[in-house]
Design a protein around this ligand. Structure first.
Ligand code: FBP
Length: 270
């Protein structure tokens, strides 16, 4: 990790960009792949990546999660926005659901090639989902570990979407199973992990503790009917020692995405 004039390594600079003062407010926009365009129906303008890039910029988000195609085709707008790009390196659709989930590494024949591609697209970090509990979890753990090695070699922080899922996972927000997934994130070398909320600050604090030196951010889930419910969760996450959020639908499905972004910023960076 090369040293620059200000004495911080490139890795530290990248991490500080997506997590200024240790706090993250990341906008996720890979749902078009993961869930399909039905997610854009609540706020039709959200189908347009340019609109999302603008929300990320005007809403002061510290990172924007995209897949490779959008990152490439909208590169100029992303560069202009100055919002750090987080390239999602794996993904899977919900069209086929007949088996336990597996989300394969994309954009290259191996982790090294995928991370090089992220760097070419000027990403400041990379992301990867591990479905703990799936019968394919060992495969994903291995791909994730290899991404950590390759990404750190190129000074890119790694965010793990640590999602318990599969036939044997009855409740994907059960604090014990979320804590287990979080711990795997630490063991595999994630810099940040993104997990679902476990329902209260106390149990989320246990998740944060199990993640050790790996920072924990909350994933949003479907848009809450009442905005306050979501904002209260964010407050509880911070009380519990969480480092912020990496959310999508609760922001860009909102009638006023910039208004809710402002409220989020107030909570996370106050
Ligand atoms: P949301 O805040 O919209 O839930 O986005 C967070 C996220 O992790 C996305 O990055 C991803 O597309 C989606 O959730 C996956 O959701 P699911 O739990 O349905 O797999």
């Amino acid at each position: 990790m090369g040293k620059l004039l200000d004495n911080r390594s490139t890795f530290e600079i990248n991490l500080e960009k997506i997590m200024p003062n240790g706090k993250a407010m990341i906008l996720a926009y890979d749902q078009g792949f993961e869930h399909g365009p039905r997610d854009f129906k609540e706020n039709l303008s959200s189908v347009d990546p340019e609109v999302i890039i603008n929300i990320a910029k005007e809403g002061s988000f510290t990172g924007l999660v995209l897949h490779g195609g959008i990152a490439k085709k909208y590169r100029e707008a992303i560069t202009k926005s100055k919002v750090p790009l987080i390239l999602k390196l794996n993904g899977t659709s919900q069209v086929y659901t007949g088996d336990d989930p597996y989300s394969p590494l994309l954009y290259g024949k191996d982790a090294e090639e995928a991370v090089e591609w992220a760097l070419k697209l000027e990403a400041k970090a990379v992301g990867y989902t591990v479905y703990t509990g799936s019968k394919y979890e060992n495969l994903m753990n291995r791909e994730f570990a290899q991404i950590v090695i390759a990404a750190h070699r190129l000074s890119l922080p790694v965010i793990g979407w640590m999602y318990p899922r599969g036939k044997y996972v009855e409740n994907d927000t059960d604090p014990q199973i979320v804590a287990y997934a979080a711990r795997i994130g630490l063991e595999l070398g994630a810099d940040i992990i993104k997990v679902k909320y476990t329902g209260d600050a106390e149990s989320f604090n246990w998740v944060v503790k199990t993640a050790g030196a790996t920072k924990v951010v909350m994933s949003g889930g479907p848009r809450a009917d009442v905005e306050e419910t979501f904002l209260n969760q964010v407050k509880e996450v911070l009380v519990a020692g969480g480092a912020g959020v990496a959310v999508g639908r609760n922001v860009w499905q909102n009638k006023n995405p910039l208004e809710i972004s402002k409220k989020l910023k107030g909570i996370i960076f106050k």
